[in-house]
Design a protein around this ligand. Structure first.
Ligand code: KG4
Ligand code: ZN
Length: 331
């Protein structure tokens, strides 16, 4: 079975082709980052318009890359939520229309399920069950993944998502959007240990996260520390360390609590190098295997949607012809 996958939930337009026998055949991405950067964040109206402009050419490019045409496609998967409704509707409308024209089933996929399953696109994919740390711009969650569609949320953020904390802190430091990668780059030149930022909710039991206080601590540090060269880099370094320590501690706690032997990291923040290194060390110490998507599949992409859609369509799932998307959707 060969599935075309479409991702348009936020500011990346992604299209991919996944084949049950041959694996990932094509993966095309257009990032809108430059269109939103001047506004300091994603502007929904601009996102929708840009998806409309780019989506059909990307479908053509993906089919060309996969060296096939629509007649070879057995199903279409598109992100149906959570995300920006106008943006989601672009992918859902074109996805459904293509499926209709090609006479194949179409399916709306949960964006976070795409992220959860993305590590299975890599060589040596993790078998079920596994523990997933899902850290993106909109979500921070620890999920016990027992099988396809069998997801138990063990903990989640009670305020800002991890990526959101990176983005907001980056903004405080005067860095351009999207803040995560820019902050990590700045942190690389910082001196560690100057600021003792909190590791929120680590002293209490439980697996929930809270990151808004960390951002506030950065705001106070910026206000109170003498303004000298390297200040922003030093703050970035200690902020990043506080984020990494907090995420790693909750992963260790969740692994011990569940007894799961595989740890999977997904979502945009999973591209962070310091986090990857800390989790590698943790996994070794705990005797569990660690699985990451390649950095390009940590952030939003069509491949994860094609793959999640393939899994569900291959299991016989499909839905009626109505087009529906959801801004909010529980995993
Ligand atoms: O998964 P994603 O592409 O979009 C959502 O579904 O939200 O995640 C984007 C988030 C942004 O907040 C971005 O700043 C963060 O991931 N991010 C990073 C890094 N690369 C992306 N955060 C920290 N370090 C990075 N290297
Ligand atoms: Zn995402």
């Amino acid at each position: 079975m060969r599935v075309l996958g479409i991702e348009t939930s936020c500011d990346e337009t992604g299209v991919a082709v996944y084949d049950g026998a041959d694996g990932l055949l094509a993966h095309q991405l257009h990032s809108q980052v430059d269109s939103h950067a001047i506004y300091g964040g994603v502007v929904p109206e601009i996102a929708s318009r840009d998806h409309i402009r780019k989506l059909a050419p990307l479908v053509e490019a993906a089919l060309a890359e996969a060296d096939c045409d629509g007649s070879a496609i057995d199903g279409v998967a598109y992100t149906a939520g959570p995300g920006l409704v106008g943006a989601l509707l672009v992918g859902a409308s074109l996805g459904r229309s293509l499926a209709w024209a090609w006479g194949v089933p179409a399916l709306g996929v949960h964006h976070m399920e795409g992220h959860l399953l993305a590590p299975r696109l890599e060589p040596d994919p993790p078998d079920f069950p596994f523990l997933a740390l899902l850290v993106s711009g909109g979500h921070s969650m620890l999920v016990a993944v027992e099988g396809l569609g069998r997801y138990r949320t063990l903990g989640q953020s009670i305020d800002d998502a991890a990526g959101e904390a990176f983005d907001k802190t980056a903004k405080l430091l005067g860095l351009p959007y999207p803040g995560g990668p820019a902050l990590a780059e700045l942190a690389a030149g910082g001196r560690p240990g100057r600021f003792d930022f909190p590791r929120p909710l680590t002293r209490k039991p439980g697996l929930d996260f809270s990151f808004s206080g960390l951002k506030t601590a950065v705001a106070y540090a910026l206000r109170d520390a003498p303004d000298e060269p390297g200040l922003a880099a030093d703050i970035a370094r200690d902020f990043e360390q506080a984020m990494v320590d907090t995420l790693a501690l909750k992963c260790r706690r969740a692994l011990r609590q569940t007894g799961l032997k595989r740890l999977v990291v997904a979502g945009g923040v999973g591209a962070n190098r310091r986090l990857r290194a800390a989790l590698a060390e943790l996994a070794e110490g705990e005797g569990v295997s660690l699985h990451f998507p390649r950095p390009a599949f940590c952030t939003d992409n069509g491949a994860m949607i094609a793959y999640a859609g393939y899994c569900r369509l291959a299991a016989g799932e499909s839905v009626g012809p109505e087009i529906s998307v959801r801004a909010r959707w529980r995993l």
